[in-house]
Structures are given as structure tokens and as C-alpha cells.
Design a protein around this ligand. Sequence first.
Ligand code: CP3
Length: 346
Amino acid sequence: MTSAPRTGKRLLDTALGHRQSTPPIWIMRQAGRYLPEYRQVREQAGGFLNLCYTPSLASEVTLQPLHRFDLDAAILFSDILVIPDALGQSVRFEQGEGPVLDPLDPADIAKLDPSRVIENLSPVLETVERVRAALDPSKTLIGFCGAPWTVATYMLGGRGSPDQAAARLFALAHPEAFAALIDVLVDASAEYLVAQFRAGADLVQIFESWALNLDETAFRAYVIDPNRRIVEKVRQALPDAPITGFPRGAAGMLAEYAEKTGVSVLGLDYATPLSFAARALPKTLAVQGNLDPLRLVSGGAQMEKRAREIIAGFADRPHIFNLGHGIVPQTPIENVARLVDIVHGR
Ligand code: CP3
């Protein structure tokens, strides 16, 4: 995508293939509980999903980290689990527990209602519009969705789990119902991402947070193929749409994921060696990542040293600096400010 004209947004330009002298930066889960102002609005919203579905509050929370730090992008404040909610599955966020869903059985899958997803998610799209209107034009607005497999692990397992065993077993025991669920999620996600672009997103990310724990056959079927279909469907509507894929834990399957899905940017988790990009990825492919979030908690010299290694390791290609997974609630705010300065060459 190096032929795309520059837009004047450093982060979007990098995603389009234009390397910058210092990498742009955003931080995965940058609006969240490590910020006292987030905790205050969340309290006021009365429930996490209410916050996601109240555009005035969700847009405020989206912009909070940009008021504190010189980040190059805002990421829409929402969650990957608004899709199951919009399909009619009950989703609850319980304090300190994470998301809880009533797990689907095979017969429930035919009852999911894809016809009203975009209508049900119209408050989220209004948040995108509000953020777009308020955001400095030099900043990139990132939209997102969860990838079908990752979202399915919650829909089938009912909650997060270390090995996604419930979903993996469901896929093996009920292949047709599983394929039908993935099809529903591919269609809903692609439609939702197109709607986010139309509402003002510059770039979108597909979060495949549970790409680990799959053998190569399952990885191709559950991860690569559905991600590829989403990319294709979005680009049928919007031919040059820039899309980031983040297949966390893809390890030996990363290069194949990048090649077969056609993503514009490959998000790297923190276990991915810097030498991997040089060895296995085309020079024109933009990468994003990949500092260990706990290095940001601990801060100081080790954080600075590793951040500089990452910047040097990806200096020969378009690189968006980020963590290799989400920021954690105990992160000291001053460490975030320091990291942004380091990445901006200060
Ligand atoms: O600032 C941002 O990054 C935008 C908002 C955002 C949230 N979730 C808000 C959120 C984004 C991009 C996500 C993505 C998301 N949600 C993922 C993929 C990224 C990743 O971390 O792997 C996943 C797997 C989810 C599902 C989810 N939502 C879980 C597992 C949890 C509980 C764990 C946790 O961090 O609390 C959530 C809740 C959630 N989503 C919170 C936030 C700010 C915390 C809710 C709270 O305020 O109590």
C-alpha cells in the first residue's frame, strides 16, 4: 500500500506504508482503569456496557488519554463483546470478574439475529462521529472489532479462559454449528467495521487476542480464513481500507497470517522476537508493537532500553509503536508519559 498518498496523520501514514523518522505511538487499552478520570466516568455510567452505549461518555473516555499524553491516535472506546450483545446474546461485565455470557449451545446459534447488529450498535457509531469531530486532524482515529474466533471463545465458553477449551471442543464436536457461528461473526464484523469507517474511523484493528493454543489446521480454519474474509468484505466496500490484524500468540503462523489475510499492519505480541520481522515479513509490511506491558508497569532504565531496542529493531520498515498486549490497571501514569517521550525521541 506504499502508493497511497500521505494524509498528514503520522500514524495512519505509517499504516499506509510510509515509514516515519520516529515511530508514532498508541497504547493498547489506552482508555482504562489506570486513569483515575476513567474510573470516575465509569462509576457515573453505572455499568461498563452503559458506558460503551452512551456516546457523550464513551467519546469523553476515548479522548482522556490524549489529554494527558502526546499519543498519535485515539481508539474508539467500546469492547469486542458488543457484537454478541448486538446479536442478542446476554453479556454482563461484573466488577473484578471480566465478561460473563450465557454460553451458546448448538441450537442457540441459529437463533442469533444478525439483522439488527448495525442498528443496535448505532450508539457506538455515534461515538465515532463525536470523537472524529473533536479530534485534532493530525491524530488518527482507530476503530476495532474482535476477530470471530476470539469473540466465539467468549460466546461458547461464557468467559475468558486460559486455554479456550470450551470453544476448541465445541468446534471439534459441532463443526457445522461452529462454522455457522463464524459466518455470522464474519458478516457482522465486516459490516460493523465498514460502518465505523463511514462514521469517521481512519484505520481499524481486528483483535484476535486468543490466537494462541491452536494447531496449524485449526489456526488456518478459525483464525486466518475468517480474518481474510473480513478484510476482503471490508475492501469490497472500501477498496483501500487500512486494517491492522493482531493475532496474539500466532508465533510460527504469523507470516502466513499476514500474507493470507492481506492486513495492512501486523500487530506483534511481546513474545515475538524483533529478528522475526527481518527474517519472515516483507519489508513493505508495517508492524505494530511490541513492548511487554509489565515493562511499562516497572518503568525506569529497563523500559527505556527495551523500547529503544524495539525502535531500532523495526527501523527499516513502517512501525507503529505499541505494547505487545493491553496496558494493565496498576500501570503508573508517569511511566506512560515517559514512554511516549522516549518513542517521540525526547
Ligand atoms: O482504550 C481502548 O483500548 C479501547 C477500548 C477497549 C476495551 N476493550 C475496553 C475495556 C478495547 C479495544 C477492548 C478490546 C477487548 N475487549 C479485547 C481485545 C484486546 C485484548 O486485551 O486482548 C478483549 C479480549 C476484550 C474482552 C474484555 N473486555 C475482557 C477480557 C475484559 C475484562 C478484562 C479487563 O481488562 O477488565 C473486558 C473489559 C474492558 N474492556 C475494560 C475496558 C476499559 C475494563 C472494564 C472496567 O472498566 O471494569
